[in-house]
Ligand binder design. Structure first.
Ligand SMILES: Cc1cc2nc3c(=O)[nH]c(=O)nc-3n(C[C@H](O)[C@H](O)[C@H](O)COP(=O)(O)OP(=O)(O)OC[C@H]3O[C@@H](n4cnc5c(N)ncnc54)[C@H](O)[C@@H]3O)c2cc1C
Length: 526
């Protein structure tokens, strides 16, 4: 923890900048901010609530001068990965939620420029209120999650532009020193090009500010997709796990030939059951009954894996051609396939499916809370508005990047489906095709934090699972605050160079120390 004299001097300075009410030291609120969906030990000495970029700059300048570490969050819905809790002990949390302006919107050039407090729900309502013909893909996370928070974590959504960080530009970033920079063309002032062109001219710095601790992103442009005139939604399932490799191979072909241009989601039986019901088995499970539970889950859910894909087309003819190709490619490799089709005039600015079915909402960028209910799998019931931190829901993400080919996907899935039950947890798995070359595997360890010993067991299961997946070459694409130190050591000078960058941009080492900086490898490489 930082020296108390330095902290109290920083708190005094922040009160002057922000006003007394925006510097929070209430133990109850600090305790809530220090609560995640798994056990944490980090203490948070204060929360500061900033309202504009100037305040961010001045507050960080104070933090650097006083040597007080600060951890910025946008909306703090990083559930399963650490919620609002900083990676290191003793950080002051900087809440950016009050910076919630939609700064710019262009219907023709299809973008939205937002501050960190803008949520998926807000962006959705903004577009619909204007009758826009555009949409923003959404996530399975909370509608109250932040566009900027999701992008800087390199999150992903369903629908076109699912790889979020690949479809943002024009970042405005405040460094720990208080300096401000803009990526792309943004350094030339309010050039409209900054919102259209990712690289600008010269070294592209955007990547430095995703999954990093090198700056606070205070503004970002997010690209939007056109609502299609023709939308086909494909739901499919395979009854037996053995069919997964062939399905993956077929999906890769559809992605690589450009027929499907959005992420395809696949959920195993346990994950689907968790959205529909509470855990039907006494828990924790023992390794011995793992195989029988898998068979029972297949039977209860009606299949082993369920998939959701969509084609978005500009004309009915184009859409129909896509439908025929997807149908004929998937039919031989699935047991069930249903197709829902809609054609409409996107000028009406309305979704083609007005239903409240979560899958259809997901495909059309309509935020919803349905997938969050699955987190209450081991609880007696799920509330209407889930808040896993509040409800002591246990959830830990363990994720892996896997080549989009049958054999590796089957292997990575098998590791999770064997190891998790052996450690007492049902394997709640999702596969999301991140590109036409890789698929993301997300294994959710879901439990009840009220049960004695479960926090420790879940963490041990996570660590073992991640280590096993890494040893097979399936490295995580994202890390939680609990797993920043879990990667293999670099075989090159990455650690040394990252250390130099950190020192150059944050000489006092006050910005989110430990977040994706892999400082455990610095000593070895310096
Ligand atoms: C059931 C479930 C489903 C989920 N589905 C998805 C999904 O489909 N896709 C997906 O991507 N994620 C998903 N998540 C994970 C997570 O909930 C989301 O990624 C969510 O968007 C993160 O919360 P947030 O947007 O409020 O970001 P925050 O919690 O505000 O930010 C995340 C982290 O980024 C850093 N950060 C935030 N803002 C800034 C900033 N302005 N400058 C610098 N650093 C910053 C901070 O270190 C912070 O801890 C899911 C989680 C669960 C439990």
């Amino acid at each position: 923890m930082v020296r108390s004299s330095a902290l109290s001097a920083a708190l005094d300075a922040w009160r002057e900048i922000l006003g007394v009410e925006s510097v929070v030291e209430d133990p109850g609120l600090l305790g809530e901010a220090a609560t995640a969906t798994f056990a944490t030990r980090q203490r948070i000495p204060a929360i500061i609530r900033v309202s504009n970029r100037d305040q961010v700059q001045r507050c960080l300048e104070v933090a650097s001068r006083r040597g007080v570490p600060v951890y910025p969050i946008s909306r703090g819905r990083n559930w399963g990965l650490g919620s609002r809790v900083p990676v290191s002990d003793g950080c002051v949390v900087m809440e950016l939620g009050r910076m919630d302006r939609i700064v710019d919107f262009d219907e023709e050039l299809a973008y939205l420029t937002v501050e960190p407090g803008v949520t998926f729900r807000r962006a959705y309502e903004f577009l619909r209120a204007r009758g826009s013909r555009l949409f923003l893909n959404t996530t399975g996370a909370s509608p109250e999650a932040s566009l900027v928070g999701n992008a800087v974590e390199r999150g992903e959504g369903a629908g076109p532009y699912g790889d979020r960080f690949a479809h943002v530009c024009g970042l405005e970033v405040v460094l720990a020193t208080g300096e401000c920079i803009h990526t792309g063309f943004g350094r030339f002032g309010e050039s409209g090009l900054a919102r259209l062109h990712r690289w600008g001219v010269g070294p592209a710095l955007d990547g430095l500010f995703s999954q990093s601790n090198l700056g606070v992103v205070t503004r970002m442009t997010v690209w939007l997709s056109r609502l299609p005139r023709s939308l086909h939604v494909f739901r499919f399932s395979i009854r037996k796990r053995e069919r997964l490799p062939a399905l993956i191979e077929s999906l890769r072909r559809l992605l690589q030939d450009g027929t499907i241009r959005s992420g395809v989601g696949l959920w195993n039986d346990f994950r689907v059951l968790s959205a529909e019901m509470r855990c039907p088995w006494p828990h924790p499970s023992s390794g011995a009954d793992a195989a029988s539970r898998i068979a029972e889950a297949e039977q209860r859910a009606g299949a082993a894996w369920f998939g959701l894909a969509a084609t978005y087309a500009a004309t009915a003819e184009q859409g129909e051609a896509h439908r025929i190709h997807v149908e004929s490619t998937l039919c031989p490799v699935v047991d069930e396939l249903s197709i829902e089709s809609r054609a409409g005039d996107p000028r009406s600015g309305e979704e083609l499916f007005a239903e409240t079915d979560p899958g259809l909402m997901f495909i059309q960028g309509m935020p919803h809370e349905a997938s969050l209910r699955s987190l209450y799998w081991r609880k007696a019931s799920a509330p209407e508005h889930p808040d896993p931190d509040r409800d002591r829901v246990g959830v830990i993400w363990a994720c892996a990047t896997v080549p989009i080919a049958g054999a590796p996907v089957a292997e990575a899935v098998r590791v999770s489906e064997e190891l998790m039950p052996a450690r007492g947890f049902e394997p709640l798995l999702a596969l999301v095709t991140q590109s036409e070359r890789c698929v993301h595997l997300v294994s959710l360890i879901v439990y009840d934090r009220e049960m004695a010993g479960e926090d420790e067991r879940a963490r041990a299961c996570h660590d073992e699972l991640l280590a096993r997946l890494c040893s097979l070459g399936y490295l995580p694409f994202r890390l939680g605050i609990h797993s920043m130190g879990s990667l293999p050591d670099p075989v090159d000078d990455y650690g040394r160079v990252l250390q130099r960058l950190k020192r150059a941009l944050d000489p006092s080492d006050v910005l989110s120390p430990g977040r994706y900086d892999f400082r455990g490898t610095w000593k070895a490489s310096s």
